[in-house]
Ligand binder design. Structure first.
Ligand code: SF4
Ligand code: SF4
Length: 498
């Protein structure tokens, strides 16, 4: 297949060798699981259980909270110990409502939905509903509800389902291992998703630094038609949706548009595997593979962990820390978020837990910009980071937005390359947050204005209606009086002797 170049990009030290040869191992069941209601983009799930309830593995314990949301299921059987606010795996460390489950050690499945018979010929709506009921979200880190993305075939003319196996973030190897060890499941999930979307082609893109994954997926796909497995160059951020689409199709996704606008939908390989489990076995998403790595981890590994296991459980399973980590990260070192501590739970979108040493993060104080232009050269989105940062520093978000800050994919390449160690991507994340908040505020104000104008219109119309009714009544009375007077005159005329 012909590939197309993507702009810019970098080649960081990948360090995947720390865990890439470690087969997926299952975490022993922890003594408690912490299942947050908000593990996805969209509305939080709504609790369906009470303290003290006994639940089975796979039982829905919180239902979807809206059109863009996802339900939560018990990752094992046990007792609901509490429903309370605990710290989430978010840099803020803010608490959020969490269901705490005490496993009973039996790991007993609930009565699961029946497998969908012959899913490749089933009604696509059935597949989408099953994916929605199974709580599946994008497992590459975005955590967007997958069923909503599978609906795109209803609104767009789609040509390609692009399965993202690039895994371009340093250290992370969970997708690599999933593709090597469960290639058949990934391919089956991809075929089911393509059927639900109505896409005639499936392309599976894997960076060339995963030759075993490429071989396993090529072998598993070889018995089917319409599936192409493609090696793509090792170039960060190749795994960014828009850039992967560009590398495969040569098409650029326009600003403020979806890849669906140019005929492509992207899903992660682990998401495809989850779809296979949900459709073929009725199993909801209750566990995921997480890479635990970094120089501070004694024995890096790829762990299949129940949703809700604490980060501390996974770190302990890896032999604990060899040295005190300088930084804990949720995800990869480029786009991941700082972890507020070890007590936060594994969530559906958590692909990696990194414990990095000072040598790995090489913290350096920022100095003045020397106008070298390196950040401009490497930006894969064609932005001018140095200019955007200058305006953001002055809180001028309007100009930053005009310069395209909302198109920034937060890949961190500009920060990585900057010789002055300016944390450019932090500026852009901050600006995007501010612009989104201002947009929300503006929408709220607009909504209030519209409501207020509608109220004024209603009041004015009611007054006008009332005045018109009064006038009509007066006119009616005047007409009646005139008629009466005319009748009286007529009568008087009749009674007057001639
Ligand atoms: S400006 Fe955004 S997209 Fe461009 S290199 Fe920096 S973080 Fe990446
Ligand atoms: S890379 Fe850093 S020093 Fe160079 S122009 Fe960009 S912000 Fe300035």
């Amino acid at each position: 297949m012909k590939l197309f170049p993507i702009r810019g990009g970098i080649h960081p030290d990948y360090r995947k060798e720390l865990s890439s040869e470690k087969s997926i191992v299952t975490l022993p069941m922890p003594v408690a699981l912490y299942i947050p209601l908000q593990q996805h983009i969209g509305a939080p799930a709504e609790v369906l259980v009470n303290e003290g309830d006994l639940v089975k593995k796979g039982q829905m314990i919180a239902r979807s909270g809206g059109a863009v949301s996802a339900p939560q299921h018990a990752p094992t059987s046990g007792r609901i110990q509490a429903i309370s606010a605990i710290a989430a795996p978010h840099p803020s460390g803010l608490a959020q409502t969490t269901i705490i489950l005490e496993p009973d050690g039996k790991d007993e499945w609930a009565n699961l939905p029946e497998p969908i018979a012959d899913p490749l010929n089933a009604d696509p709506q059935l597949i989408r509903e099953r994916v929605a009921q199974s709580g599946i979200v994008g497992m590459g880190g975005a955590a967007f509800p997958s069923a909503v993305k599978l609906d795109l075939g209803m609104r767009y003319k789609l040509e390609i389902l692009l399965l993202n196996g690039a895994e371009c973030e340093p250290y992370l190897t969970c997708d690599d291992r999933v593709m090597r060890e469960h290639a058949d499941e990934v391919i089956d999930g991809a075929r089911i998703m393509a059927h639900a979307l109505g896409t005639p082609r499936v392309v599976i893109a894997i960076e060339d630094n995963k030759p075993q994954a490429l071989a396993a997926m090529t072998q598993a796909a070889s018995v089917f038609t319409g599936i192409e497995v493609v090696g793509v160059p090792v170039q960060y951020p190749m795994g960014s949706e828009r850039h992967l689409v560009q590398a495969i199709t040569g098409r650029e996704t326009p600003a403020k548009k979806l890849t669906a606008d140019i005929g492509v939908v992207v899903h992660n390989v682990a998401t495809a595997r989850a779809v296979h489990h949900a459709v073929r076995f009725g199993r909801p998403l209750v566990s995921r593979v997480v890479t635990v790595s970094g120089g501070a981890i004694r024995e890096p590994n790829n762990i299949e962990a129940p949703i809700g296991a604490r980060v501390a459980d996974l770190v302990a399973f890896c032999g604990g820390f060899a040295v005190v980590p300088e930084r804990l990260v949720n995800g990869g070192p480029m786009m991941g978020q700082p972890l507020p501590g070890l007590d936060v739970p594994v969530v559906k979108g958590m692909s990696g837990i990194l414990a990095l040493t000072a040598g790995e993060i090489d913290p350096q104080p920022a100095s003045a910009c020397i106008r070298c232009g390196s950040c401009v050269t490497i930006c894969p989105c064609g932005l001018v980071p140095v200019e955007m940062a200058a305006f953001i520093r002055k809180d001028n978000f309007e100009v930053a937005a005009k310069l395209g800050v909302m198109d920034c994919v937060s890949c961190g390449s500009c920060s990585w390359v900057c010789p002055s160690h300016i944390p450019l991507v932090h500026y852009f994340n901050y600006a995007k947050g501010m612009i989104n908040a201002q947009g929300r505020e503006q929408r709220k104000n607009d909504q209030t204005r519209i409501l207020s104008e509608a109220h004024t219109l209603r009041v004015e119309k009611a007054a006008a209606d009332k005045a018109a009714a009064l006038a009509a009544k007066k006119a009616q009375a005047a007409a009646a009086a005139a008629a009466k007077e005319a009748a009286a005159k007529e009568k008087e005329k009749d009674e007057t002797p001639a």
